[in-house]
Design a protein. Structure first.
Length: 319
């Protein structure tokens, strides 16, 4: 199995009568096989997809004779022993300079291979950049969490960024949807967390005096019917910290099968949620090596935005 990176050129497609009537997002998902749904919504939102020269929303239904501009897509392509291409999902790059890069990690992709996972973000990047002398994860995100993930391109930068993390010099903020209404605008949670590993290798974290000091700051972004959209800033970086702290104060995350609420999760599934609603929204720090102020944001994945839209529509019906 060999791996290479290919970039498609801009191309144009004319809609046939047989294709007419379907939504543009579904059409693109078929045309761009192997590309994540979140990527399709992103290029639509940015206006990189054009129909008859104009921008359209994801819900636009294509008509016979429509001319669609399909933007270039950079993809990792794996080839099997026969030479047939097996495309793999691209990793959107949010920021890059000579020392580091920030990718927008999709939910469902581990940050590295292992424990039955053949490859993760770092393996994908190394395969895409075979000439890169150094690529290493600066920090971790859970497999089910999307958003900003830092990658060091030099060993010296890795040491610098690890020092910032230890000394509290890096700000990381997450967006999360939780059950119930947060009392007040802000909530500081400082509870020790202890990590256990079950017989099957699964990690479980619980609040325990035997655990490590852990702190998360929650801020209300907006109330919704039976739920709240919050921003979380983890002061420490423990395993599953945001999820456990939120559950402990009575506000478990939507889609959390490990620490969440089954009835709330079932309601969220009815609204289209198929994953954990936890997104690494932004990361910021002052790079002492370059002197640059780095601040990167990852847009909320479109499948999560759609859930919020449905909740907001429900709020409008109730008002």
């Amino acid at each position: 199995m060999t791996t290479e990176q290919l970039k498609q050129a801009v191309r144009f497609a004319d809609v046939t009568a047989d294709e007419a009537g379907q939504r543009i997002d579904n059409y693109l998902l078929r045309e761009l096989r192997g590309v994540p749904r979140s990527y399709v919504y992103r290029v639509l939102r940015r206006g990189e997809v054009r129909v008859n020269g104009g921008r359209v929303r994801a819900r636009y239904r294509i008509q016979a004779g429509d001319r669609i501009r399909i933007p270039p897509v950079r993809q990792l392509v794996r080839r099997d022993d026969t030479g047939a291409a097996v495309p793999s999902a691209p990793l959107p790059i949010l920021y890059e300079d000579e020392r580091l890069l920030v990718v927008d990690k999709p939910a469902g992709l581990a940050v590295h291979g292992g424990s039955g996972i053949s490859r993760g973000v770092i393996e994908v990047l190394r395969a895409a950049r075979p000439d890169a002398p150094y690529l290493e994860l600066v920090h971790r995100l859970d497999r089910d969490t999307s958003g900003c993930l830092l990658i060091a391109k030099r060993r010296s930068e890795l040491r610098t960024l690890h020092a910032l993390l230890r000394e509290g010099g890096m700000s990381k903020r997450y967006l999360l949807l939780v059950r119930g209404h947060l009392q007040g605008r802000e909530r500081r949670v400082r509870l020790p967390l202890h990590k256990n590993q079950l017989a099957g290798g699964e990690r479980m974290v619980r609040v325990s005096d035997a655990g490590k000091v852990s702190e998360t700051r929650f801020r209300l972004v907006g109330p919704l019917p039976g739920a709240s959209l919050l921003e979380a800033e983890p002061v420490t970086g423990r395993t599953h910290q945001i999820r456990v702290h939120a559950a402990e104060i009575g506000h478990p995350l939507a889609g959390d099968g490990k620490y969440g609420d089954a009835a709330f999760n079932a309601r969220m599934r009815q609204l289209g949620l198929r994953r954990l609603f936890l997104h690494a929204h932004s990361i910021g720090f002052s790079d002492p090596t370059s002197g640059r102020e780095i601040h990167v944001t990852a847009p909320l994945a479109d499948e999560l935005r759609e859930v919020l839209d449905r909740l907001e529509a429900e709020a409008g019906r109730l008002s």
